[in-house]
Ligand binder design. Structure first.
Ligand code: SAM
Length: 249
Protein backbone atom coordinates (compact mmCIF):
# COMPACT_ATOMS: atom_id res chain seq x y z
CA UNK A 1 0.00 0.00 0.00
CA UNK A 2 1.02 3.60 -0.52
CA UNK A 3 1.63 6.29 2.06
CA UNK A 4 -0.36 9.45 2.71
CA UNK A 5 2.00 12.37 3.31
CA UNK A 6 0.70 15.41 5.20
CA UNK A 7 2.68 18.33 3.77
CA UNK A 8 2.69 21.83 5.29
CA UNK A 9 2.98 24.71 2.81
CA UNK A 10 4.09 28.33 3.43
CA UNK A 11 1.88 30.72 5.45
CA UNK A 12 3.30 33.62 3.45
CA UNK A 13 6.99 33.32 2.70
CA UNK A 14 7.61 30.89 -0.18
CA UNK A 15 11.08 30.18 1.19
CA UNK A 16 9.39 28.16 3.92
CA UNK A 17 8.46 25.23 1.68
CA UNK A 18 11.11 22.77 2.86
CA UNK A 19 13.33 20.79 0.49
CA UNK A 20 11.74 17.60 1.83
CA UNK A 21 8.24 18.97 1.16
CA UNK A 22 9.25 19.83 -2.41
CA UNK A 23 10.66 16.33 -2.89
CA UNK A 24 7.54 14.61 -1.56
CA UNK A 25 5.22 16.82 -3.65
CA UNK A 26 7.28 15.92 -6.72
CA UNK A 27 7.48 12.19 -6.02
CA UNK A 28 3.90 11.32 -5.02
CA UNK A 29 1.41 10.04 -7.60
CA UNK A 30 -1.00 12.91 -6.87
CA UNK A 31 -1.71 15.77 -4.46
CA UNK A 32 -5.00 16.33 -2.64
CA UNK A 33 -5.52 20.07 -2.18
CA UNK A 34 -8.13 22.24 -0.46
CA UNK A 35 -8.28 24.63 -3.44
CA UNK A 36 -6.77 23.19 -6.61
CA UNK A 37 -6.36 26.55 -8.38
CA UNK A 38 -4.61 28.13 -5.43
CA UNK A 39 -2.31 25.12 -4.96
CA UNK A 40 -1.45 24.78 -8.66
CA UNK A 41 -0.12 28.34 -8.50
CA UNK A 42 2.09 27.44 -5.55
CA UNK A 43 3.32 24.24 -7.19
CA UNK A 44 4.07 26.12 -10.39
CA UNK A 45 6.48 28.39 -8.50
CA UNK A 46 8.47 25.28 -7.61
CA UNK A 47 8.13 23.76 -11.09
CA UNK A 48 6.20 20.84 -9.61
CA UNK A 49 3.93 19.41 -12.28
CA UNK A 50 1.82 16.83 -10.59
CA UNK A 51 -1.80 15.75 -10.58
CA UNK A 52 -3.84 17.86 -8.14
CA UNK A 53 -7.36 16.96 -7.03
CA UNK A 54 -9.78 18.66 -4.65
CA UNK A 55 -10.25 17.57 -1.06
CA UNK A 56 -12.02 20.20 0.97
CA UNK A 57 -14.39 20.31 3.92
CA UNK A 58 -17.44 19.90 1.67
CA UNK A 59 -16.32 16.74 -0.14
CA UNK A 60 -13.84 15.20 2.29
CA UNK A 61 -16.24 12.64 3.69
CA UNK A 62 -17.43 11.37 0.30
CA UNK A 63 -13.95 11.48 -1.29
CA UNK A 64 -12.06 9.79 1.54
CA UNK A 65 -12.93 6.23 0.53
CA UNK A 66 -11.82 6.76 -3.09
CA UNK A 67 -8.57 8.30 -1.86
CA UNK A 68 -8.00 5.34 0.47
CA UNK A 69 -8.72 2.88 -2.38
CA UNK A 70 -6.01 4.59 -4.38
CA UNK A 71 -3.56 4.43 -1.46
CA UNK A 72 -4.37 0.73 -0.93
CA UNK A 73 -3.73 0.16 -4.63
CA UNK A 74 -0.19 1.35 -4.07
CA UNK A 75 -0.11 5.07 -4.91
CA UNK A 76 1.67 7.48 -2.56
CA UNK A 77 -0.41 10.65 -2.13
CA UNK A 78 0.15 14.03 -0.46
CA UNK A 79 -2.35 16.23 1.32
CA UNK A 80 -1.88 20.01 1.36
CA UNK A 81 -4.13 22.88 2.40
CA UNK A 82 -4.22 26.52 1.25
CA UNK A 83 -1.55 27.50 3.77
CA UNK A 84 0.32 26.04 6.71
CA UNK A 85 -0.25 22.63 8.22
CA UNK A 86 -3.21 20.56 7.00
CA UNK A 87 -5.72 19.54 9.72
CA UNK A 88 -4.88 22.62 11.81
CA UNK A 89 -8.13 24.56 11.27
CA UNK A 90 -8.00 22.99 7.80
CA UNK A 91 -9.40 19.82 6.14
CA UNK A 92 -7.81 16.39 6.52
CA UNK A 93 -9.04 14.99 9.82
CA UNK A 94 -11.65 12.71 8.23
CA UNK A 95 -9.17 11.35 5.67
CA UNK A 96 -6.41 10.72 8.22
CA UNK A 97 -8.80 9.06 10.64
CA UNK A 98 -10.10 6.76 7.91
CA UNK A 99 -6.53 6.00 6.75
CA UNK A 100 -5.68 4.87 10.29
CA UNK A 101 -8.79 2.68 10.36
CA UNK A 102 -7.88 1.18 6.98
CA UNK A 103 -4.28 0.56 8.06
CA UNK A 104 -2.82 3.06 5.57
CA UNK A 105 0.51 4.57 6.60
CA UNK A 106 0.31 8.30 7.33
CA UNK A 107 3.51 10.36 7.49
CA UNK A 108 3.41 14.04 8.48
CA UNK A 109 6.17 16.47 7.53
CA UNK A 110 6.87 19.24 10.04
CA UNK A 111 6.60 22.74 8.63
CA UNK A 112 4.91 26.15 8.63
CA UNK A 113 2.05 26.66 11.06
CA UNK A 114 0.72 29.99 12.32
CA UNK A 115 0.35 28.66 15.88
CA UNK A 116 3.99 27.72 16.49
CA UNK A 117 5.29 30.68 14.49
CA UNK A 118 3.28 33.20 16.53
CA UNK A 119 3.81 31.51 19.86
CA UNK A 120 7.57 31.24 19.53
CA UNK A 121 7.91 35.00 19.01
CA UNK A 122 5.23 36.25 21.41
CA UNK A 123 7.08 36.19 24.70
CA UNK A 124 4.20 34.53 26.53
CA UNK A 125 4.69 31.25 28.44
CA UNK A 126 5.01 28.34 26.00
CA UNK A 127 5.63 25.43 28.39
CA UNK A 128 1.92 24.72 28.11
CA UNK A 129 -0.61 26.24 25.73
CA UNK A 130 -4.10 25.67 24.48
CA UNK A 131 -5.07 26.10 20.83
CA UNK A 132 -8.64 27.38 20.72
CA UNK A 133 -9.01 27.64 16.92
CA UNK A 134 -11.51 30.18 15.60
CA UNK A 135 -13.94 31.73 18.08
CA UNK A 136 -17.65 31.55 17.19
CA UNK A 137 -18.77 34.27 14.76
CA UNK A 138 -21.86 35.14 16.81
CA UNK A 139 -21.12 37.61 19.66
CA UNK A 140 -23.25 35.81 22.21
CA UNK A 141 -21.52 32.47 21.64
CA UNK A 142 -18.11 34.10 21.40
CA UNK A 143 -18.53 35.65 24.84
CA UNK A 144 -19.74 32.36 26.23
CA UNK A 145 -16.59 30.57 25.00
CA UNK A 146 -14.34 33.35 26.31
CA UNK A 147 -16.10 33.37 29.68
CA UNK A 148 -15.46 29.65 30.01
CA UNK A 149 -11.74 30.36 29.47
CA UNK A 150 -11.49 32.98 32.24
CA UNK A 151 -9.57 30.73 34.60
CA UNK A 152 -7.58 28.79 31.98
CA UNK A 153 -3.99 28.84 33.27
CA UNK A 154 -2.31 28.00 29.96
CA UNK A 155 -1.46 30.50 27.22
CA UNK A 156 -4.35 30.48 24.74
CA UNK A 157 -3.97 30.76 20.98
CA UNK A 158 -6.84 31.88 18.71
CA UNK A 159 -7.12 32.24 14.96
CA UNK A 160 -9.12 35.30 13.96
CA UNK A 161 -10.37 36.95 10.80
CA UNK A 162 -9.79 40.67 10.12
CA UNK A 163 -13.57 41.26 9.88
CA UNK A 164 -14.07 40.31 13.49
CA UNK A 165 -10.86 41.50 15.11
CA UNK A 166 -12.31 44.63 16.76
CA UNK A 167 -15.41 42.84 18.02
CA UNK A 168 -13.28 40.01 19.40
CA UNK A 169 -10.90 42.37 21.19
CA UNK A 170 -13.89 44.14 22.74
CA UNK A 171 -15.30 40.80 23.86
CA UNK A 172 -11.91 39.81 25.31
CA UNK A 173 -11.86 43.01 27.37
CA UNK A 174 -15.45 42.46 28.50
CA UNK A 175 -15.07 38.82 29.49
CA UNK A 176 -11.43 38.35 30.54
CA UNK A 177 -10.96 41.94 31.74
CA UNK A 178 -8.89 44.70 30.10
CA UNK A 179 -5.65 44.05 32.03
CA UNK A 180 -4.66 40.52 30.96
CA UNK A 181 -1.52 40.41 28.79
CA UNK A 182 -1.91 39.43 25.16
CA UNK A 183 -0.04 39.43 21.86
CA UNK A 184 -1.42 39.76 18.37
CA UNK A 185 0.72 38.39 15.52
CA UNK A 186 -0.24 39.62 12.06
CA UNK A 187 0.87 38.80 8.51
CA UNK A 188 3.49 36.40 9.84
CA UNK A 189 6.40 35.61 7.49
CA UNK A 190 5.09 38.33 5.12
CA UNK A 191 6.23 41.86 4.30
CA UNK A 192 4.07 43.57 6.93
CA UNK A 193 4.62 41.10 9.76
CA UNK A 194 3.75 42.82 13.07
CA UNK A 195 3.47 41.88 16.71
CA UNK A 196 1.39 44.02 19.06
CA UNK A 197 1.71 43.23 22.74
CA UNK A 198 0.48 44.58 26.03
CA UNK A 199 -2.72 44.41 28.02
CA UNK A 200 -5.93 43.61 26.14
CA UNK A 201 -6.89 47.30 26.47
CA UNK A 202 -3.52 48.43 25.08
CA UNK A 203 -3.60 46.07 22.09
CA UNK A 204 -7.21 47.08 21.40
CA UNK A 205 -6.25 50.79 21.45
CA UNK A 206 -3.45 50.14 18.92
CA UNK A 207 -5.74 48.18 16.61
CA UNK A 208 -8.47 50.82 16.85
CA UNK A 209 -6.02 53.63 16.12
CA UNK A 210 -4.49 52.05 13.00
CA UNK A 211 -6.78 50.48 10.39
CA UNK A 212 -3.80 48.62 8.91
CA UNK A 213 -3.85 46.52 12.06
CA UNK A 214 -7.37 45.41 11.13
CA UNK A 215 -6.17 43.82 7.86
CA UNK A 216 -4.51 40.58 6.85
CA UNK A 217 -4.11 37.32 8.72
CA UNK A 218 -3.85 37.30 12.48
CA UNK A 219 -3.24 35.11 15.50
CA UNK A 220 -4.28 36.20 18.98
CA UNK A 221 -2.47 34.91 22.04
CA UNK A 222 -3.75 35.44 25.53
CA UNK A 223 -1.73 34.93 28.71
CA UNK A 224 -3.20 32.32 31.01
CA UNK A 225 -4.86 33.19 34.31
CA UNK A 226 -2.44 33.46 37.22
CA UNK A 227 -4.66 32.93 40.19
CA UNK A 228 -3.40 32.93 43.73
CA UNK A 229 -5.69 31.86 46.57
CA UNK A 230 -6.85 35.42 47.31
CA UNK A 231 -7.74 35.93 43.64
CA UNK A 232 -10.31 33.16 43.63
CA UNK A 233 -13.01 35.55 44.88
CA UNK A 234 -12.00 38.03 42.19
CA UNK A 235 -12.28 35.27 39.58
CA UNK A 236 -15.72 34.32 40.82
CA UNK A 237 -16.77 37.96 40.71
CA UNK A 238 -15.38 38.39 37.20
CA UNK A 239 -17.14 35.26 36.03
CA UNK A 240 -20.41 36.46 37.49
CA UNK A 241 -20.03 39.84 35.80
CA UNK A 242 -19.18 38.12 32.51
CA UNK A 243 -22.25 35.89 32.74
CA UNK A 244 -24.44 38.89 33.59
CA UNK A 245 -23.01 40.80 30.62
CA UNK A 246 -24.14 38.05 28.28
CA UNK A 247 -27.71 38.76 29.28
CA UNK A 248 -27.43 42.50 28.82
CA UNK A 249 -28.24 44.07 25.44
N1 SAM B 1 -3.44 25.46 8.59
C1 SAM B 1 -3.05 26.82 8.90
C2 SAM B 1 -1.86 26.80 9.87
O1 SAM B 1 -1.16 25.80 9.94
O2 SAM B 1 -1.62 27.81 10.53
C3 SAM B 1 -4.23 27.63 9.43
C4 SAM B 1 -5.40 27.69 8.50
S1 SAM B 1 -6.72 28.69 9.06
C5 SAM B 1 -7.97 28.37 7.87
C6 SAM B 1 -6.25 30.33 8.64
C7 SAM B 1 -5.95 31.19 9.88
O3 SAM B 1 -4.62 30.93 10.32
C8 SAM B 1 -5.99 32.68 9.62
O4 SAM B 1 -7.31 33.19 9.75
C9 SAM B 1 -5.08 33.21 10.69
O5 SAM B 1 -5.75 33.27 11.93
C10 SAM B 1 -4.01 32.11 10.76
N2 SAM B 1 -2.89 32.42 9.86
C11 SAM B 1 -2.55 31.77 8.73
N3 SAM B 1 -1.48 32.35 8.16
C12 SAM B 1 -1.13 33.40 8.94
C13 SAM B 1 -0.12 34.41 8.87
N4 SAM B 1 0.74 34.44 7.86
N5 SAM B 1 -0.07 35.32 9.86
C14 SAM B 1 -0.94 35.30 10.88
N6 SAM B 1 -1.92 34.39 10.98
C15 SAM B 1 -2.03 33.45 10.03
Amino acid sequence: AGTLYIVPTPIGNLGDLSPRAQQVLTDVAAIAAEDTRHSRQLLQQFAIQNEVFALHEHNERERAQAVIARLLAGDDLALISDAGTPLISDPGYVLVQQCRTAGVRVVALPGPCAITTALSAAGLPTDRFSFEGFLPAKPQQRRKVLTALLEEPRTMVFYESPHRILATLEDLAATIGPDRQMVMGRELTKQFETYLSGSIAEVMAQVQADSNQQRGEMVLMLAGATLVESDVDVATALRTVAILRQHLP
